[in-house]
Write a protein that binds this ligand. Structure first.
Ligand code: HEM
Length: 501
């Protein structure tokens, strides 16, 4: 079946060297003559329902039936083009900056007039990304790992034997707390409750922006509006205090605010963050990024509870490396099984199963015409399960990423035994943080943070599921990124163990 799909790639593609040429603006003639991609005819309502029920499953079915590029229709929501070929996905993500393909959801909120990296395009976007990527570069990670270990310990050590914990809520508090410190600085002692309120307020704002009638209602002094105002005011106060503190040239923090303010000083007060309001908007939008991290870890805990052998192996690794002492930042480099587990989770349970884009003009994608306004979704969820690269792709197997031939396992870049000619077809098709100019700048935190978290849990607890049955993680796209069903509870049980000698 999979083989069938790959054979059915577009007969009109006339592939040229380099994937970039495979996506471009359509000429007048092409608009009239090129075919639309294959896909299910009609079925508008059925497609919409299938998409909302289980988008990953729906996408898989379309890939198997129609191949690398598929177009389906949904009632009033128009057309959606799904892309499954890795080179073509990268080409789509590369052309975005040329304004051919835009973010599907642009968060143009009244309260965030300056926008941020994930709402801007072209030069304003590039200038911001350069500064943020520099602050979060891999060679600066050592500055953050001790604090990661501290956050993880504080959260995991607060659990009690036999207590019922809401896993997603716990992970959200952990990730929000950590992200707050990375953005503002630990010395600000920001309260996670502030960030939780802000998340709620941003969600409400987003819904209000979509419905014109609600925009009028927002002006009324309703309790929900007052609560939202308070959340923004408290967060603003925190951010402006962090900026003020960073303006002192002797302050040497590693947080994002300090980094941005230092850059601003070096460029004589110019640049994308010339005003404090621009910094404030960037931070507010970035705070929302703790959500995918929390979902990833909550999903991971659920997988481990279903697969006790993986839990036992994590525990053995944690016992050997930590030998009974509390986890430290430097341990992140010595936990190959925990790191491979995070890598596998990112492959299988990436919260953004697709990159959410929209065609800003009529496009040619691999020889097909994609009408202006169509959604264009490079589909990582399917890519990360394709049998060419991932044997038994539906299975959760951290071991696929481990080379266990030496005395200590090492983490592999691609799964065991998979050959890939990177010169002809681009990097290995594993893109949990998207690709290109919009690749997630925060992804770099996820491997050390996840490894330290899993090791700390495994050292102290075994986690029992409170209810049997289906996984609570059913991925539903509501407007944009995937959501999971919640709540979902676990019970930590203290491990009976002795430190290895
Ligand atoms: C497991 C955790 C995470 C996952 C799976 C994830 C995934 C992603 C993906 C797929 C994108 C690209 C979206 C697109 O193409 O439109 C993205 C963008 C972004 N992420 Fe993350 N992310 C994670 C954590 C974080 C964290 C912790 C931060 C910040 C500290 C962060 C900050 C951002 C920002 C600012 C962007 C926008 C980049 C741009 O538009 O140029 N993310 N993320």
């Amino acid at each position: 079946m999979e083989e069938q799909a790959s054979k059915r790639s577009c007969p009109f593609s006339g592939r040229v060297d380099g994937d970039a040429e495979r996506v471009r603006r359509a000429t007048g003639t092409e608009r009239r003559t090129l075919p639309l991609p294959p896909g299910p005819k009609g079925r508008r309502l059925r497609n919409l329902i299938a998409k909302f029920r289980d988008y990953p499953g729906f996408a898989h079915e379309l890939y198997r039936e129609y191949g690398d590029v598929v177009l389906y229709r949904m009632t009033w929501l128009g057309e959606c083009c799904l892309i499954f070929d890795p080179g073509l996905m990268r080409a789509v993500l590369d052309v975005e900056q040329k304004e051919l393909i835009r973010q599907q959801i642009s968060v143009d909120l009244a309260r965030l007039r300056h926008g941020g990296m994930n709402t801007l395009y072209g030069e304003p976007h590039e200038a911001r990304v350069a500064i943020v990527r520099d602050a979060f570069s891999a060679d600066r990670m050592y500055l953050f790992t001790d604090h990661m270990a501290e956050c993880v310990r504080a959260r995991v050590e607060s659990w009690r034997d036999g207590q019922r914990i809401d896993v997603l809520d716990e992970m959200l508090r952990l990730c929000l707390g950590f992200v707050l410190d990375v953005l503002l600085g630990k010395d600000m002692e920001a309260d996670v409750g502030v960030a939780l309120e802000l998340r709620r307020a941003l969600k409400t704002e987003w819904i209000v922006e979509q419905v014109p009638l609600l925009r009028r209602v927002r002006r009324l002094p309703l309790p929900i509006a007052r609560r939202g105002d308070r959340a923004f005011e408290t967060t603003d106060d925190l951010i402006y205090r962090a900026i003020e503190r960073s303006e002192n040239a002797s302050y040497q923090g590693h947080d994002l605010v300090s980094h941005i303010v230092r850059r601003r000083r070096e460029s004589g007060g110019r640049g994308p963050y010339a005003s404090n309001e621009a910094i404030r908007d960037e931070l507010i939008l970035s705070l929302n990024s703790a959500g995918p991290a929390a979902h990833l870890f909550a999903c991971g805990i659920e997988h481990l509870a279903r697969r006790p052998s993986a839990g036992r192996r994590l525990a053995a690794e944690a016992d050997a490396v930590l030998a009974g002492r509390p986890v430290r930042g430097a341990d992140a480099d010595h936990l190959p099984y925990a790191t491979a587990t995070v890598k596998e989770l990112l492959r299988l349970r990436m919260i953004g199963q697709v990159a959410w884009k929209r065609a800003a003009d009529d496009l040619v994608v691999d020889g097909y015409l994609i009408p202006r306004g169509s959604l264009v979704h490079p589909c990582f969820g399917v890519l990360h399960r394709r049998p060419e690269w991932y044997e038994a792709g539906e299975e959760f197997r951290p071991e696929r990423w481990l080379d266990e031939s030496g005395p200590v396992p090492t983490v592999l870049e691609r799964p065991q035994g998979v050959e890939h000619d990177s010169t002809s077809s681009g990097p290995f098709p594993y893109h949990p943080f998207s690709y290109g100019s919009r690749e997630c700048p925060g992804g770099v935190f996820m491997f050390p943070l996840g490894a330290l978290l899993l090791a700390t849990i495994a050292q102290r607890w075994t986690l029992e599921r409170v209810a049997d049955g289906e996984s609570p993680f059913i991925f539903r796209p509501i407007g944009g990124p995937m959501r999971v069903q919640k709540p979902y509870y676990m019970m930590p049980r203290a491990r009976d163990w002795t430190a290895p000698t």
